[in-house]
Design a binder for this molecule. Structure first.
Ligand code: ADP
Ligand code: MG
Ligand code: ZN
Length: 616
């Protein structure tokens, strides 16, 4: 519907332009200069024998003057005489029986010109069709130039996909640039192999999936993997981001999809990569009020049509990436479309170390830097964050005038990524510093004195740009994939340890525990609504995860009564945890005091120092 509207608009403009050209511009440019004169003027020229030639047409008489009879115009500037700009004179044909004898007497050449019989339709075609054809050719030429980037912009290349053709040299990425992600690489290697040896697959009768969908949390290297495939496959690589389909004019998304697949078909074997496909591939039945995004829906429909339309054996492989696989339209995931999913998960400990090493190659690293320790301290970090950690460390090394990145740079940059930069400027009063120190040591002591709790790695009361006034870092010895009920509960206890220490020491409480409270509540709630860890409710899910890659995106599905029961249960669970923390600290007031004093003095202490003080 939109497309038609658009086309009519363009056609209307074209016709208007041609109309103007035909009636005002062409005659001036190409026609003779004709001047209309009266019949008696014509007769007087005849009798004065000034006329050179006469041409009698159906309705008009056209004549030219003899050379020396042409009137001179005075050019205003130089006063020079130049021939008149008029070439031909015209007057209406009269019913004049003596015309022929008058012409004879004047000595002019004369002839009656028979109208060349141009059929009206052909005349119309010529006067309108030729300019239209010229304009179309010109338009094509123009948009090709723009598509090539010749005019430095692409807002004009209506309907062109802007898909960039990447070949190996251009992305410059190979699988060696992607650390970890072995499963994803294996799946993609198969696709690369298919593009290189299609016969091998055809011989056995296998058809490879038309499309593969890379799914995983943000920053895990999906885009990077696709670029690496392009580098490895050595075939043309069309890359476009989902948002590019919908950003321009109405109706252009579908046209872009069409054009993209047309190009891809011409260039087969090749790879088409649609990044962030969720922007166009969102489920279409999203409630009655939304009314649907007409434009997006059209684009999606076009994509589905194109994917069905082309021959899988031809060697066009479509890759797409998303971190919202749940929101994709089911139609996209049907067999024959994106029927293969390639998970790209957050890296594990070994993966993190490998990613750190890949990125460390780009900077000067001091000998003996322990990447394993950094990998250990960054559980849950994505590849993008790890790349960032290396870069931050390099920046820090430069800041301190070093030419190599040291362990301390890496450790500090882990904290920068986790908690923000140190806020050097803020001045914190001694009394507040004491509260903060006791709070942090409260966390650390509770953590250290419980079983099933990760060891303390660092305690600091140097404020960070994230707003944290201090923090206690715990690092698991081994990577954990599961959490027991006890461990979950102990985490809540550790979160409540900060406030418990404040209360025990100063008899009052502060706002400093806000984040702890939030985290503790979240764990308690999940234990009840998602993990089936409360005896009250048992194994019932009241909360479901909407997006496996965004753990905060959940929705509650229970009755109002149950919701209030859940709230009560959360309250009692956190209260129980607080009690436990308070108990632990009461028994260790002396340690709380001595370690807090030490921390106030040093501002930062390592896990080892902390354990030494604790075991003294
Ligand atoms: P996504 O598309 O999944 O959101 P990207 O591919 O854009 O993530 O990754 C962002 C950056 O993070 C990459 O350019 C790369 O520098 C780094 N990165 C992510 N994963 C990896 C990995 N497995 N190996 C090496 N670098 C990675
Ligand atoms: Mg990406
Ligand atoms: Zn705290």
């Amino acid at each position: 519907m939109h497309i038609k509207k658009g086309k009519i608009f363009y056609v209307a403009i074209a016709v208007a332009i041609i109309f103007v050209l035909n009636y005002f511009v062409f005659p001036v440019l190409f026609g003779d200069n004709v001047e209309d004169v009266t019949y008696d003027e014509f007769l007087s020229k005849l009798s004065s024998r000034s006329i050179s030639e006469v041409q009698i047409e159906a309705d008009d008489i056209l004549y030219t003057l003899k050379e020396d009879e042409i009137p001179k115009d005075k050019t205003p500037l130089l006063g020079l005489a130049t021939p008149s700009s008029v070439d031909v004179y015209r007057t209406g044909l009269m019913d004049d029986p003596e015309l022929v004898s008058k012409l004879e007497n004047s000595g002019a050449k004369f002839a009656r010109v028979r109208e060349e019989e141009v059929p009206p339709l052909l005349a119309l075609l010529i006067s309108y069709g030729v300019p239209i054809a010229v304009m179309i050719i010109f338009w094509r030429f123009l948009s090709k130039q723009i598509a090539k980037g010749g005019f430095g912009g692409n807002a004009m290349s209506f309907g062109k996909s802007n898909a960039k053709i990447y070949v190996k040299a251009q992305t410059g990425k190979t699988f060696a640039d992607v650390a970890g992600q072995d499963e994803a690489k294996e799946a993609l290697t198969e696709i690369v192999d298919f593009l290189h040896n299609p016969k091998k697959y055809a011989a056995i009768g296998a058809t490879l999936p038309k499309g593969a969908l890379l799914v995983g949390p943000p920053g895990t290297g999906k885009t990077l993997l696709a670029q690496a495939v392009a580098g490895e496959a050595n075939v043309p690589f069309f890359s476009i981001s989902g948002s590019e389909f919908v950003e321009m004019f109405v109706g252009m998304g579908a046209a872009k999809v069409r054009d993209l697949f047309k190009q891809a078909n011409e260039k087969a074997p090749c790879i088409v990569f649609i990044d962030e496909i969720d922007t166009i591939g969102k489920r279409r039945d999203t409630g009655p009020i939304s009314g649907g995004n007409d434009e997006r829906e059209q684009t999606l429909n076009q994509l589905l049509t194109e994917m069905d339309g082309f021959d899988g054996k031809k060697g066009v492989v479509i890759l797409a990436a998303t971190n919202r696989p749940d929101s994709l339209d089911k139609a996209l995931l049907r067999p024959g479309r994106f029927d293969r999913r390639i998970p790209v998960e957050l890296p594990d400990m070994r993966g993190r170390e490998a990613i750190l090493r890949v990125h460390a190659k780009k900077v000067n690293i001091a000998d003996g830097v322990d990447f394993k320790a950094i990998a250990n301290a960054t559980s849950g970090a994505s590849g993008a964050e790890l790349a960032n950690i290396i870069n931050e460390a390099a920046l820090r090394a430069v800041k301190f005038g070093r030419i190599e990145v040291e362990q301390s740079d890496l450790e500090e940059s882990v904290e920068v990524i986790l908690a923000g930069y140190q806020r050097k400027g803020v001045v914190i009063s001694q009394s507040e510093k004491e509260i903060i120190a006791y709070h942090e040591v409260g966390h650390a002591l509770v953590a250290a004195l419980q079983k099933n709790s990760a060891p303390v790695h660092k305690i600091t009361i140097i404020p960070r740009t994230s707003g944290a006034l201090g923090y206690t870092m715990q690092v698991e010895e081994d990577e954990k994939f599961l959490m027991t009920k006890e461990e979950a509960f102990n985490k809540i206890v550790t979160f409540t340890g900060g406030r418990a220490a404040e209360k025990l020491m100063f008899g009052t409480i502060t706002t400093g525990a806000a984040n702890d409270i939030e985290q503790a509540t979240k764990i308690a709630r999940s234990m009840i609504t998602r993990y089936g860890m409360s005896s009250e409710f048992g194994m019932v899910a009241f909360e479901t995860l909407n997006n496996p890659y965004l753990s905060d995106d959940t929705s509650l599905t229970c009755s109002a009564e149950t919701a209030s029961l859940i709230d009560k249960e959360v309250v009692s669970l956190v209260a129980k945890a607080y009690e436990k923390a308070e108990g632990i600290l009461k028994e260790n007031m002396q340690k709380l005091n001595s370690i807090s004093r030490y921390l106030i003095d040093k501002e930062t202490i390592t896990g080892d120092e902390f354990m030494d003080l604790l075991n003294m």
